[in-house]
Design a protein around this ligand. Sequence first.
Ligand SMILES: Cc1ncc(COP(=O)(O)O)c(C=O)c1O
Length: 390
Amino acid sequence: MNREAWIDDELRKLRVDNLERHIRVFPHAGGKINIDGHEVLNFSSNDYLNLAGRPELARAAKRAIDDFGAGSAASRLVTGTLPIHDELEMQLARHKGYPAAILFGSGYLANSSTVPALVGRNDTIFADRFIHASMIDAAKLSDARLVRFRHNDCGHLEELLTMHADKGRRLILIESVYSMDGSIPPLREIAATAEKNNALLLVDEAHATGVLGPRGGGLIRQEHLEESVNVAMGTLSKGLGGYGGFVACSESIRKLLVNRGRGLIYSTAPPPSVAGSALAALEVLDKEPDLGTILMERASRFRKRLNDAGLDTLDSQTQIIPIIAGSNESALGLAERLLEDRIIAIAIRPPTVPKGTARVRLSVTLAHEDRDLEQASEVIIRAARNEGIL
Ligand SMILES: Cc1ncc(COP(=O)(O)O)c(C=O)c1O
């Protein structure tokens, strides 16, 4: 008997719906890469500040390996915490303007450890409809009741908070730059609603870290809301060009996570090289505080060109720019046409985005010069016309 026959059926179903995914291998990860001797613009990289290939980061990672070894060899609560982890947490707290910070193996682990530490079975989570899968998984792990409010709709959030007034502790989950459409939340309004309703607020700054706010400190810093946002989650894997995740918070939330954060307690501490390159990335941000502003300006000129041609980029206000194609076939077709013209932009389909809103997601990075973006916009507009999207 073939015990795996059902897997072939599942995969066939995905193929029929144009939903099967594949892993492709690329020579490296930046915004501009050389494939078979040709320069290709990569709009699917999250290396927003073009830091992943910076020699300062590589040097710092190598130095950390020389000083502390290739691995941490134990979890943080055993013997895996090294001076470089301690130093990075101090610098992350400073960078975000919070009293404390705690490091995790990845952004996914940061979310899936923090949410279940803050709420449990008798509590309620209020999540924006567009939040990232790592927070949905975290909510499921917590066993708390999960209610979703309409994207960026503070009125709907307030309604739901009133409706679920007596349901234990309450936690609101939002992002500061939404990963699939590049929109920004009405943070001031949501923070005030959270305070008024005695709800904790966690803001996932994965795509804002290094990009928004003074020296890339994020949207919370930009809006001076450190006192009203309880948890500022971030990742080292996107704007900071490395790997790993973190949470900036009060001293008491940090202590709670040390005692209840399962991804910290039951997983090996990040390797010293990861902490070393993250420290070097923070130094770059101190020395070159305008990188995020330059990125936003370039992205906004690029987006305007696409919009002027009639392309729908939803409410994008940032370096993440979706091009709505509608059907899965059109999104895949557009991505295919762009690839023929040496532009990598991956099609994003349900369940990652709502049905009927399949899109090609473009991430502008500092590897893309204005001239590249001008040429790319012409290619994208032509491809969208040929695909029948325009
Ligand atoms: C909004 C958001 N949160 C969390 C994560 C997870 O971060 P990491 O890739 O560091 O695990 C991602 C990206 O993958 C993300 O887009």
